[in-house]
Ligand binder design. Structure first.
Ligand code: ATP
Ligand code: MG
Length: 325
């Protein structure tokens, strides 16, 4: 069994009598040390998936089904007490606005040391301080950040502080949700390099939720492509980006003519996401797909394996044919 295994993970948001099928039957394995980029256009269910793993969705507004096994333990059904322990000791999350979690009126180092001591009551003040300084060093921040207030730091430095905070309790799984999106490309590039270095040093596993494929290309071993809550393609980043097999992945990549060049958004694929409140019997991408047949509209496509560890939910994906259109 993989380090983390998602099996048929589904999330419905309950809105009165209606259900928004935000995540629908997503399965993929994550080996220890993997970094998995979760990509897809806005509204495809990326954040919902991350929040479901962190159990931050809050029932009764959301109904979560399936399994998310972390070394065999199902995160979705774990008792609250075990979940608390796990959430702090093994899993951590960094969001785009993680810096808002810090109080503006206290120095950063004190806040970090306090967080550490909440979860390590046995630690002395000095030990907590040393741990905070150590994590600041790990994300390439100078010691003076320890005695700085949040408003004294730039956005890039604050995002590094957020990452340092997430490392405090030695997690082995980190979930980033657009954590580097707001940064300029140079700072983002530096931070991605640092994260990868840390991962190798500390044996971290990372889920990287982003709509920016260049972030995945630069920092992820694997990529999961989502569309309308479903998994379209999953495989090693180098292979998927070089020869995408699912027509949605192909369209998404065409919207990035060159990963080093200008980004042009998602104009590569005409049309818009379907209404997630509807029950869609066939392939969710069929209305926008240049290959779609009547069968695609009627029946949910089976997943096909392109090679070990690389699969796509489209029967045409094995052939890897370029769309005619
Ligand atoms: N609390 C909520 N209640 C109802 N519907 C929601 C809720 N949160 C998200 N949704 C819907 O669920 C779907 C998936 O949203 P989600 O935020 O997971 O997408 P995303 O891929 O993270 O998008 P983005 O790239 O914009 O962050 C969307 O249709 C969204 O409108
Ligand atoms: Mg999101």
């Amino acid at each position: 069994m993989a380090f983390l295994e998602l099996r048929n993970l589904s999330v419905d948001y309950l809105m009165g009598a209606q259900r928004v099928h935000a995540v629908d039957g997503v399965s993929f394995p994550v080996e220890k040390g993997d970094s998995v980029g979760i990509v897809g256009e806005s509204g495809s269910g990326k954040s919902t998936l991350g929040l479901a793993l962190l159990r931050l969705l809050g029932e009764p507004t959301a109904e979560v089904r399936g399994e998310a096994l972390l070394e065999g333990m199902d995160l979705l059904t774990l008792a609250e007490k075990d979940l608390q322990e796990l959430r702090w000791r093994r899993m951590a999350a960094v969001f785009q606005k993680s810096m808002n979690a810090l109080s503006p009126v206290h120095k950063i180092g004190k806040q970090m040391a306090d967080v550490y001591r909440v979860h390590h009551p046995e630690a002395s003040r000095e030990q907590a301080k040393q741990r905070a300084l150590e994590t600041l060093r790990q994300v390439n921040l100078a010691e003076r950040v320890y005695t700085s207030y949040p408003h004294e730091l730039s956005g890039g430095m604050m995002q590094r502080v957020s990452i340092a905070l997430s490392l405090l309790n030695h997690p082995d799984l980190i979930i980033f949700d657009e954590a580097t999106t707001a940064l300029d490309v140079v700072t983002q590039g530096q931070i991605l390099k640092e994260i990868q270095y840390l991962e190798r040093e500390l044996g971290l596993t990372r889920l990287m939720i982003t709509h920016d494929i260049s972030v995945v290309a630069a920092s992820c071993s694997h990529v999961a492509v989502m569309y309308a809550g479903r998994l379209m393609e999953y495989g090693p980043t180098a292979k998927v980006l070089r020869s995408p097999r699912h027509p949605y992945t192909q369209g998404l990549l065409r919207a990035y003519p060159s990963l080093r060049g200008e980004k042009t958004g998602m104009q590569g694929i005409p049309g818009a996401l379907p209404d997630l409140k509807e029950e869609i019997p066939g392939c969710v991408f069929a209305p926008r797909c240049p290959w779609a047949t009547e069968d695609c509209r009627q029946r949910r496509p089976e997943e096909v394996t392109i090679e070990a560890g690389w699969r796509a939910s489209c029967p045409r994906a094995v052939e890897g044919r370029e769309p005619d259109a």
